[in-house]
Design a protein around this ligand. Structure first.
Ligand code: XLS
Ligand code: NI
Ligand code: NI
Length: 430
């Protein structure tokens, strides 16, 4: 019997739909800005939050009683059955996973790797008939105590080697399943205290690991994109992949800026003191926008709360940047989001995704309408028009310009930035 017994596949039923299990805005076949919504949004379910997270918080442990919780291969198989049931109910085109989400840890590295290979076979068999494909795979290099001082950045070279071997096994699994991307999130690649930390050495170790990942990708003929996921802190006090701009500097330093793109997460942007659209605009501008982890942070708690997205105005500005970047290529919209720990029912897991998919659909439609209207782009073009006007004022060096400023008696006239008018304009669409 399915864990989701009694919940039928969710379909688009329009604004008059009844109940929790229908899409009111996400019509996968509806064409928006030249592509179907399914092609634009490329939704993915995150295996870890939906199937591996026990519902704990810093003051209490497990609240969820999932029948597949346990550390045997039988549990892992039961978990896979439930996961593929949810993928089918939602009709999502993609899912994402870490090794540790899908297989039990073995007594040795070799046993863990064999467990992963066995689950990979099961996924491959299910994917032959299921609609769902793999958006990305990744290695969990942060939960086990061996990684408490980092993975690539660990002071112990044995941990670096163990992490490298683990990444290889996860890249192999991702390749085998036809993954569109491979992700590296450096949860413990950072420090708790500078007092015991050699920053330069740790950055070099991280650069070497990433370069080896890129080499291995080419060696095995993996055609997906390698993605790094920025996050400023949590679990460590400071993480090296702080934000988009920091990651770009890192990629440049190690010569990887043409090989690696970024997976940008809403909650991580907030933790870094940015807005999601800032991070996306920065990545678009730097040419490294790869994929998004869609979620929402609580604005009061200051934690990475990984809630399902719920704000159409915020999501609209995010998809505006994605559309401006030309849309996703190998990337997609991964719901790196978990239920609140009191949301115990199977139905909660389904409804959370249904609502999030509808919010994204509304955001996408608003973004497409804003772009089509062109109001923001016109306002920007007008604001910078002086630069397009030509003229020789800016020719030459500082001295030449300075001379012209005096000769021509140039006195700049301040102009309105029109922020409130632009905010009002955006509100017409969201
Ligand atoms: C944690 C990260 C993690 C990555 C995958 O905050 O968002 O879930 O997306 O390792
Ligand atoms: Ni996160
Ligand atoms: Ni994430």
């Amino acid at each position: 019997m399915s864990y989701f017994e009694g919940i039928a596949p969710v379909r688009y039923a329009g604004l008059d739909a009844d109940g929790d299990f229908a899409f009111r805005h996400y019509d996968p076949a509806e064409v928006v800005a030249g592509k179907t919504m399914e092609e634009h949004l490329r939704f993915a379910v995150a295996y870890w939050h939906s199937f591996a997270w026990p519902g704990g918080d810093p003051f209490g442990g497990q609240t969820f009683a999932r029948p597949w919780f346990g550390d045997t291969m039988d549990h892992a198989r039961a978990k896979a059955n439930a996961a593929f049931d949810l993928f089918a109910i939602l009709g999502v085109p993609y899912f994402c996973f870490h090794d540790a989400d899908v297989r039990p840890e073995g007594a040795t590295f070799a046993e863990s790797r064999r467990n992963l290979d066995e689950i990979t076979d099961i996924f491959a068999a299910k994917m032959e008939t299921a609609k769902v494909k793999l958006l990305w795979g990744t290695a969990n290099l942060f939960s086990h105590r061996r990684y408490m001082s980092g993975a690539a950045t660990n002071p112990d070279p044995d941990v670096f080697a163990y992490a490298a071997a683990t990444i290889k096994s996860c890249m192999d699994a991702t390749h085998r399943l036809g993954g569109q991307n491979y992700v590296l999130w450096g949860g413990r690649e950072g420090y708790e205290t500078l007092l015991n930390t050699d920053l330069g050495r740790e950055l070099d170790q991280m650069g070497r690991m990433l370069a080896m990942v890129v080499d291995y990708k080419h060696k095995i003929g993996f055609e997906g994109t390698i993605l790094v996921e920025p996050k400023p802190q949590e679990p460590t006090k400071h993480q090296y992949d702080f934000d988009v701009a920091t990651c770009y500097g890192f990629l440049k330093k190690y010569g990887l800026e043409n090989e690696v793109k970024l997976n940008i997460e809403q909650g991580h942007a907030i933790l870094a003191g940015h807005s999601f659209e800032h991070e996306l605009a920065m990545a678009r501008t730097l040419g490294v926008l790869g994929s998004i982890d869609m979620n929402r942070n609580d604005y009061q708690s200051g934690w990475d709360t990984d809630q399902f997205p719920n704000s159409v105005p915020e999501v609209a500005l995010a998809f505006y940047e994605v559309l401006k970047a030309g849309g996703f290529t190998t990337g997609g919209t991964n719901f790196d989001a978990k239920l609140r720990r009191q949301s115990l029912e199977p139905a909660d897991l389904v409804a959370a995704h249904v609502g999030a998919m509808d919010v994204c659909a509304r955001g996408l439609k608003a973004a497409a309408a804003m772009l089509e209207d062109g109001g923001l782009e016109r306002a920007r073009a007008d604001r910078y028009a002086g630069w397009d006007a030509g003229g020789d004022l800016l020719d030459g060096d500082l001295a030449a310009i300075a001379a012209r400023v005096e000769e021509r008696g140039i006195e700049p006239e301040p102009r309105s930035g029109r922020q409130e008018r632009l905010e009002n304009w955006v509100n017409r669409f969201v």
